[in-house]
Design a protein around this ligand. Structure first.
Ligand code: HEM
Ligand SMILES: *[C@@H]1O[C@H](CO)[C@@H](O)[C@H](O)[C@H]1NC(C)=O
Ligand SMILES: *[C@@H]1O[C@H](CO)[C@@H](O)[C@H](O)[C@H]1NC(C)=O
Ligand SMILES: *[C@@H]1O[C@H](CO)[C@@H](O)[C@H](O)[C@H]1NC(C)=O
Ligand SMILES: *[C@@H]1O[C@H](CO)[C@@H](O)[C@H](O)[C@H]1NC(C)=O
Length: 432
């Protein structure tokens, strides 16, 4: 009975949302959206302001002002224009990107064999590859980048309780900014390609005034400062923060799951895509690009990784004093849509003609991810290919972080920030 009433209430609220988003006052009331129809309706009908308000926590913690946190439409248009120009890679640029990824994995500052912590290793590879490969931070990133993932992690976690941690967040932020600033000073890119970071900062300058004229009716919104508009984190966060998670969960499913099954003495039921992955990776790396990816198993692996472990687990909108939390992960794992085996990593499910209706890793509508169509999947595939072709994970340390998966080898891996903090793997190089 309660369920029916609460469904009706939600339906009513959704209808109101659908009709009009009158005010954007923030509030503490949160409605969880687990139904794909409702999710799509909210995502398609909501506006920039309802996103920006919902994401003010991000603005506060990382002191960023990008389309996620800033509702100005002109600024967003230019931001996206710069971004699209720079992620529209031809084959040569993809080759360069893949070479950087491979170089990074093998770099002595990244590659330590033996027992290592999985997560920081994955974060380092991702950060250096995207900084050099797509954001054109070129020289010497290794010198200053050791601490950046740790700082971002730290700020992210503390931001959940911003008020309590304000001072230490600000301290970490100062350090983070310094590190990135230092890296950018060393990146005097020699080619004529534009450096994304500098372009973003330029348009921020240009729009400084109109950006600051924000709707009066808005509470909970604080105007961005010049620093916030100019920070390279505006673009580093959306790029890096999503990509390292994709790489992590692909590695967990492809490599770690296998080890866990062996430790459990389970019979392995490896699917064909994983069995032939070596060949797929070789083929992909010969000509890394989106058009190669489309017909390669890695494409299915990336899709399935983003289904079971969406890098953006929830998408938020605030409207009519309600914060809507769209449960992307829940929608992606719903057995009614995805079948009894919805919790299993099964790349081949994307082989069959499937309905993409219930699949929203990049959101939908006019504010969907700017990199969704080609760039993000290809970057993910290159990172995965670079790692799996260069190194092997031969063991995981038997500790808390993995015991429960060993006891129940079919469990999906947890998809929250600290879940694999303590995971230690034994890494070896593959001689080629
Ligand atoms: C697999 C990796 C990625 C995932 C899962 C992902 C996911 C998303 C999602 C869910 C949104 C919508 C957020 C919202 O409306 O609240 C979004 C927006 C966006 N993403 Fe991504 N993203 C990924 C990679 C990237 C990369 C690599 C870039 C930059 C090169 C990027 C740039 C953006 C931008 C600029 C927006 C805002 C778009 C707009 O306002 O029109 N994303 N992303
Ligand atoms: C990691 O695995 C390799 C290869 O199986 C093995 O030789 C090495 O001793 C292991 N390292 C550690 C620290 O156990
Ligand atoms: C940035 O570089 C300067 C000059 O090399 C150095 O003194 C400073 O410690 C660096 N800052 C950080 C946070 O690494
Ligand atoms: C893929 O390559 C790795 C490393 O060379 C090897 O251990 C593994 O057996 C290969 N898998 C297949 C299916 O060939
Ligand atoms: C293997 O998994 C089963 C459940 O499928 C569990 O009961 C058992 O304890 C696990 N074995 C080991 C060695 O962890």
């Amino acid at each position: 009975m309660f369920k029916i009433i609460s469904s009706l209430v939600i339906l009513l609220l959704l209808t109101i949302f659908y009709k009009k988003c009158n005010s954007h006052y923030s509030s503490s009331q949160v409605i969880l959206i687990t139904n794909i129809d409702d999710a799509r309706r909210i995502l398609i009908d909501s506006d920039l302001l309802s996103r920006a308000i919902a994401n003010q926590g991000l603005k506060k913690a990382f002191q960023i002002s990008n389309p996620f946190t800033n509702p100005n439409e002109n600024y967003r248009k230019e931001f996206l224009k710069v971004l699209h120009k720079t992620i529209d890679f031809d084959n040569n640029k993809w080759q360069r990107f893949a070479n950087i990824a491979l170089e990074t994995v093998k770099n002595e500052k990244v590659l330590k064999t033996g027992f290592i912590e999985l997560v920081p290793w994955v974060q380092k590879i991702t950060l250096i590859t995207v900084l050099r490969g797509s954001l054109r931070f070129d020289a010497n990133v290794y010198e200053v980048i050791d601490d950046v993932p740790k700082l971002i992690n730290d700020i992210w976690l503390k931001s959940k309780q911003y008020d309590k941690n304000q001072e230490s967040i600000q301290q970490s932020m100062r350090l983070l900014k310094n590190k990135i600033y230092n890296a950018s000073l060393m990146s005097q890119s020699k080619d004529e390609n534009i450096i994304v970071i500098q372009e973003i900062s330029k348009i921020a300058h240009k729009h400084l005034n109109d950006i600051q004229e924000l709707p009066q009716l808005t509470s909970g919104f604080i105007n961005p400062t010049k620093d916030e508009l100019e920070t390279p984190l505006n673009i580093i966060i959306p790029t890096y923060e999503t990509m390292w998670r994709v790489l992590l969960y692909a590695i967990l499913e492809i490599k770690v799951r296998e080890i866990l099954l062996i430790k459990n003495n389970s019979k392995m039921k490896k699917n064909n895509h994983l069995k032939n992955l070596n060949n797929s990776i070789d083929n992909f790396l010969k000509n890394p690009s989106y058009s190669t990816l489309k017909t390669n198993s890695l494409n299915l692996i990336v899709k399935e990784t983003l289904r079971l472990y969406p890098a953006t687990r929830s998408i938020f909108r605030t409207c009519n004093e309600i914060k809507y939390k769209i449960d992307v992960e829940g929608i992606h794992r719903d057995f009614k849509t995805w079948g009894d085996d919805s919790l299993r990593f099964k790349p081949e499910r994307f082989e069959k003609p499937y309905t993409s209706y219930s699949y929203i890793p990049f959101s939908v509508g006019k504010m969907k991810c700017a990199a969704a169509d080609k760039f993000a999947p290809t970057v993910a595939a290159i990172l995965i290919a670079a790692v799996l072709s260069s190194v092997d994970i031969v063991d995981v340390v038997d500790n808390e972080a993995i015991q429960k998966y060993q006891k129940n080898p079919d469990l999906p891996f947890e998809n929250h920030r600290l879940a694999f903090d303590k995971m230690i793997i034994n890494l070896t190089t593959l001689s080629k």
